[in-house]
Design a protein around this ligand. Structure first.
Ligand SMILES: [Zn+2]
Length: 382
């Protein structure tokens, strides 16, 4: 058995052992959802699966350990039908993706050429040394970047609750670079694509005309334009803008109103803009990860988080396993940050590393697992 085959066998076994603990959170109406998996060792997805119980789903995933495990945001009359038109669409949870690497200061990544092993930072689609396009990208996301994305996720949840009356909202770490929000309220899950596009636009403040929502008022004597806000009765965006302004400066109080310089109001609107991927939210046939499934890009868990959480986590907190593994690096990996650990590995030299780091590196094809007997998979609470 080659090093690669042996390593794959360990990876597959770890994934199987994890799912044998039955860690997944059951989606509502499972039997009406399409399930899709990317089996370990395959480049393509197996779609249009459907299961009438979690027990049957576990039988399948233990038999075919998946790198990625998804279910449809939509419910269907006939979820296993491979023809999307014939599935019988009922409704679809509303999803939001917030990735931490879209902030300019959070977009760093280390690239490794899988052909020659050259390592460099930030960009390019080709190896500067050998021009190969077979590159492995290692995102370098700090805790601050994740926290920033989490704060945006919380802001979206607040808008959904306050302005759209949503109450069935769940949030999770995606297992890779950001967070997912899922809304299961009926009045939103029945929205069509166009309405979802408007929902995204509302959150992003994309086509907002400030003058209509915040009429300009000229104050006599003081000069300059202001916007007026009622001290108590403001709702939705106007309340958020007022609260934001109040947190950074003192208003001029005029009776029941507070006046803010109009330029500051524009700044506040800019500060409250949240960038989200409209394609994700508009897509009513989207597949999304099971809570507590392993994300095969990183080996970390897609883990539910409470929206009130302040997010003081490291990647380590989302690991799927404890213990240590022995790895044989296929490349020189010196002084590189892997998730939240710095590694110093030399090509060909067997080293002991924490299991979740070894698992991550092996999934990326950068090391071979040579011993994995010390791995203890963690069963998440769900
Ligand atoms: Zn190269």
């Amino acid at each position: 058995m080659s090093l690669q085959e042996r390593s794959n066998k360990f990876l597959k076994q770890i994934i199987r052992n994890y799912y044998a603990k039955r860690p997944l959170k059951e989606p509502p109406l499972l039997s009406m959802r399409e399930v899709a998996v990317q089996p370990f060792g395959s480049k393509s997805y197996v779609r249009h699966l459907h299961f009438t119980s979690m027990s049957k789903l576990y039988d399948y995933v233990i038999e075919n350990p998946p790198l990625h495990l998804y279910y449809s945001s939509a419910t269907y009359d006939d979820p296993g039908n491979p023809d999307m038109e014939s599935k019988g669409f009922r409704e679809a949870d509303v999803l939001f993706d917030i990735d931490a690497d879209h902030y300019p200061e959070c977009s760093h990544s280390v690239l490794i050429c899988s052909k020659c092993g050259y390592i460099w930072i930030n960009g390019g689609a080709k190896c500067p040394q050998c021009s190969s396009t077979n590159l492995v990208s290692l995102p370098q996301l700090s805790n601050e970047c994740l926290k920033k994305a989490w704060m945006d996720a919380r802001a979206i949840v607040r808008i959904l609750e306050e302005d759209f009356g949503a109450s069935k909202i769940s949030t999770m770490f995606s297992g890779n670079r950001g967070f997912h929000i899922r809304v299961e309220d009926k009045h939103l899950s029945l929205l069509d694509k166009d309405s979802r596009r408007m929902l995204v636009d509302y959150i992003q403040l994309g086509s907002l005309d400030p003058g209509r929502v915040f009429p300009k008022v000229k104050l006599e004597r003081r000069g300059g334009y202001v916007a007026l806000f009622h001290r108590r009765h403001e709702y939705g965006l106007r309340a958020r803008v007022r609260d934001y302004l109040k947190s950074v400066e003192s208003p001029l109080v005029i009776g029941d109103y507070e006046a803010y310089n109009y330029d500051r109001v524009i700044d506040a609107i800019d500060a409250l803009k949240i960038s989200i991927d409209p394609a994700v939210t508009m897509d009513i046939s989207r597949l999304s990860r099971f809570s507590n499934s392993i994300n095969g890009k990183s080996g970390l868990l897609s883990k539910p988080l409470d929206v009130s959480d302040e997010f003081n986590y490291n990647f380590h907190d989302f690991r799927a396993m404890n213990g240590e593994v022995l790895v044989k690096p296929a490349y020189d990996l010196a002084g590189i940050t892997i998730l939240d650990r710095k590694v110093n590995l030399r090509k060909g030299f067997v080293e002991k590393v924490e299991a979740y780091i070894g698992f991550y590196l092996a999934l990326k094809g950068l090391v071979y697992l040579v011993r994995a007997s010390g791995v203890e998979v963690l069963a998440s609470e769900h």
